[in-house]
Design a protein. Structure first.
Length: 365
């Protein structure tokens, strides 16, 4: 059955060109389609937004039921996010695949952590000697990514500390690559991120402890950074809660918070690939991608932030946007986001395959 064809005209933000686009059977074409319904005659068109660090299926207590996971995903879609890299979830969400009313998800399987060294209910927990085999398992259950917990508070030390010996981490990364998967890691502090970059990791989440030498290595080796800048605002509160029992850890978290924008600025200057991620799920609500774009724009400017949340992120994940015949994933906003990224708060059109959210009665934004 042929779906209703659509037409859009507007300024494509990534190219700066006024363009006509048609959508037929959920795919883009630049050839005119007769009898198409025009969704936009003006405005600014972007590839659907990307949340490169998101957790669909995760809440503060751990895994959620299907209805809750679906609500999380739809919340993200209604803010213009049509593609998610899920950075660890304790439930299998592959049942969402093929649903045009939900974002496409590229999964990392479950977080991998050591026993009692991460948030309860989030991760599969293994000792270092079992890390390689677990990485192989998660690589086979995900969609080309594996998520390690690189560091967390060591209560015996009273501060952040790496979870994995460097040589074991290196062997685990090699194993993931043999399985056709890339590896990303949660890293707050200095030691873990330096070790994991040396070990050949593909992506770093948060990365507040990065130094200039490691940033240069990431740029050389095209190791991506997902800084989750807006979410890092929780650090002072974490420090306040830990102050009495773990004063060293509290001081460390405050220090990392203070240097977060310096890290991103140095990474931009070095040429590290940087992408937008909210860390939604767990204790953070979904639907906050514009807050992260705004935080990135404050450091690197609007053009940098828009690429990080849209076309550049999609290229990184191997999901093209505006090529002839590709699946239609795009949004339209009424103001130029290159002048003010808060224009993304006012999405007027979201197309996800053959689905036009306006026509389906979703509340956008």
């Amino acid at each position: 059955m042929t779906s209703q064809p659509y037409h859009l005209r507007g300024m494509v933000v990534s190219t700066g060109e006024e363009t006509d686009l048609w959508i037929i059977d959920g795919h883009l074409t630049y050839e005119k389609v007769d009898h198409a319904t025009t969704l936009a005659e003006s405005g600014w068109i972007l590839p659907g937004l990307v949340d490169a660090h998101c957790h669909v299926g995760l809440a503060a207590h751990g895994g959620v039921d299907r209805a809750t996971a679906e609500t999380q995903a739809r919340t993200d879609l209604t803010t213009g996010v049509t593609l998610i890299r899920d950075a660890g979830a304790p439930i299998d969400t592959h049942w969402m695949d093929g649903r045009t009313d939900l974002p496409r998800i590229i999964r990392s399987g479950r977080h991998i952590a050591r026993p009692r060294r991460y948030l309860r209910g989030f991760a599969v927990e293994v000792e270092p000697e079992d890390l390689v085999s677990e990485v192989r398992c998660q690589a086979r259950s995900g969609d080309g990514w594996v998520k390690l917990v690189g560091d967390w508070i060591d209560r015996d030390l009273g501060d952040l500390a790496p979870l994995w010996p460097e040589e074991i981490a290196r062997a685990a990364i090699v194993a993931a690559h043999e399985e056709g998967a890339q590896v990303t890691a949660h890293c707050f502090g200095e030691e873990s991120v330096n070790q994991l970059v040396r070990a050949g990791i593909d992506c770093i989440e948060h990365g507040c402890g990065l130094d200039e030498a490691t940033i240069q290595t990431m740029a050389r080796d095209s190791v991506a950074l997902i800084p989750t800048l807006d979410n890092l605002k929780i650090f002072p509160g974490i420090a306040d809660q830990a102050q009495d029992k773990y004063p060293k850890y509290a001081a460390h978290m405050r220090h990392l918070f203070q240097r977060r924008t310096w890290v991103v600025l140095k990474a931009i200057e070095a040429g590290v690939p940087i992408y937008a991620g909210t860390d939604a799920g767990g204790t953070r609500k979904h639907g906050t991608i514009v807050d992260e774009v705004h935080a990135l724009a404050e450091v690197g400017g609007p053009d940098f932030a828009l690429g990080a949340v849209s076309w550049q992120a999609r290229n990184w994940l191997g999901v093209p946007a505006f090529e002839e015949g590709t699946r239609a994933d795009l949004i339209v906003v009424d103001r130029d986001p290159r002048q003010d990224v808060t224009a993304l708060e006012e999405v007027s059109v979201i197309v996800s395959g053959s689905l036009n959210l306006n026509s389906e009665g979703f509340e956008l934004g």
